[in-house]
Design a protein around this ligand. Structure first.
Ligand code: AMP
Length: 402
């Protein structure tokens, strides 16, 4: 764990009001049915712990991007029936986050009960990092609890400023604790070898620093998807129209990483062959090409059969595995094969005793596609927060609790 950080287990919540920051920014369909309730389910142990001690809970969360204004579309009201059913008690709701109305409702709240407040992002101050807004929120509870791993990399008011108004009465919840423990386990570099990291996706800028941080202890670093093309281009390959995030900093960092790899005698592994397409759509014409010689106007949208074999062979021999990001445009069924093979192989290897940590919405979605999400050692509820932690950065939400 992180030294000096308290968890809900360090407090007795009897007669106390817990102001609990959660990440209920869950995906929904057009009828407001929750299509993936993982983030809510994961916070239930913390909620139940506080309720079982007869504490009161004020839940605060954001949802979507309402841009600092109240909006029916982004109201959190739709969560009331879901939460009430899961917790088997009536969850109360307040349309404000600060002010007399909410204070009155809290006054009436009985021990062992929950009040859910409206979307924090209806106040522009939430994303601005605003001391006054933090102070107003702080009046609502006795103990601040952060169980919102998915948003703890953001310097938003309820994450990074609010805790400081609680003195020593602040802590992390059980979900945060779990996330930190699994991340620390991986980042210690003491996992059973071989240690393999698979990085994919398109936004290389959000992941490049991770490579620098894991290079010392990872045995295999497999780079796939949109992440691979800037490297191949830099090495002089022909990548046609394949995706390349352009940015001077990236080029410098790529160079630095390639040099560091050489210095440490480490190898980054790239796909050998890729499925290329003549347009960015599921029904595009396709063929298999070497990643180094993609014809003009064609783009690589998935890893090819030899690369699947090459990557999966490495995964099958690994004992510690971290995966973030699809190795192709897996949203198009015709370009999802590589990602689905990676998902299945990690799950199979985990069943045989490997430790696996997977994060990021897309990677988890592909595990679900294959029905093997329950076979992974730990699925992180954070995308950006996981990436930031893997860069060895202490998240603002954690810093604020220490
Ligand atoms: P990220 O947010 O960086 O993890 O990127 C995820 C996105 O990367 C997904 O929506 C994928 O469709 C996309 N992606 C993966 N491989 C490729 C590729 N070869 N070309 C374009 N987009 C890709």
């Amino acid at each position: 764990m992180i030294e000096g950080i308290k968890t809900v287990n360090n407090f007795d919540f009897k007669n106390q009001i817990a102001l609990m920051r959660v990440d209920f920014n869950v995906p929904i369909d057009k009828y407001y049915n929750i299509t993936d309730d993982t983030r809510i389910q994961s916070t239930l142990p913390t909620i139940q712990k506080i309720l079982s001690e007869k504490g009161k809970i004020i839940l605060i969360s954001h949802f979507g991007r309402p841009k600092g204004k109240p909006s029916k579309t982004y109201s959190l009201k739709f969560l009331i029936p879901f939460l009430s059913e899961k917790l088997k008690l009536t969850v109360d709701f307040c349309e404000n986050c600060i002010g007399k109305n909410v204070e009155q409702k809290i006054h009436q709240l009985k021990n062992g009960k929950i009040l859910l407040l409206e979307n924090l992002r209806f106040y522009k101050e939430e994303e601005e990092g605003n001391e006054n807004f933090a102070f107003e929120l702080s009046k609502l509870g006795d103990i601040y609890v952060n169980d919102a791993f998915g948003v703890s990399h953001r310097s938003h008011t309820s994450i990074s400023l609010l805790p400081k108004f609680f003195g020593k009465k602040k802590c992390i919840g059980l979900l945060m604790q779990k996330e930190i423990q699994f991340l620390n386990k991986f980042l210690s570099g003491k996992g059973k070898k071989p240690i393999t990291v698979i990085l994919g996706g398109a936004k290389i800028s959000s992941k490049i620093e991770i490579i620098e941080n894991i290079i010392d202890f990872a045995d295999h670093i497999l780079i796939g998807g949109g992440m691979s093309y800037p490297f191949i281009k830099m090495k002089g390959g022909k990548i046609g129209n394949s995706i390349v995030e352009k940015n001077q900093i990236i080029e410098e960092t790529l160079n630095k990483i390639l040099n560091k790899c050489q210095e440490k005698n480490k190898k980054l592994s790239f796909p050998k062959d890729v499925i290329i397409a003549d347009s960015f759509k599921n029904t595009a014409n396709t063929k298999i090409s070497s990643i180094h010689s993609i014809p003009d106007r064609w783009m690589g949208l998935d890893i090819g059969p030899s690369s699947i074999k090459y990557f999966c062979n490495i995964i099958e021999k690994s004992n510690t595995i971290l995966w973030n990001g699809p190795v192709g445009v897996f949203e198009f069924p015709n370009f999802s094969l590589g990602t689905r093979f990676i998902a299945k192989t990690i799950a199979k290897r985990t069943e045989k005793g490997a430790f696996s940590l997977v994060g990021g919405g897309d990677s988890i979605a592909s595990l679900k596609m294959e029905g093997c999400n329950n076979k992974i050692s730990y699925l992180s509820t954070g995308g950006g927060a996981l990436l930031e932690s893997l860069k060895n950065k202490i998240l603002p939400g954690i810093k604020a609790i220490i």
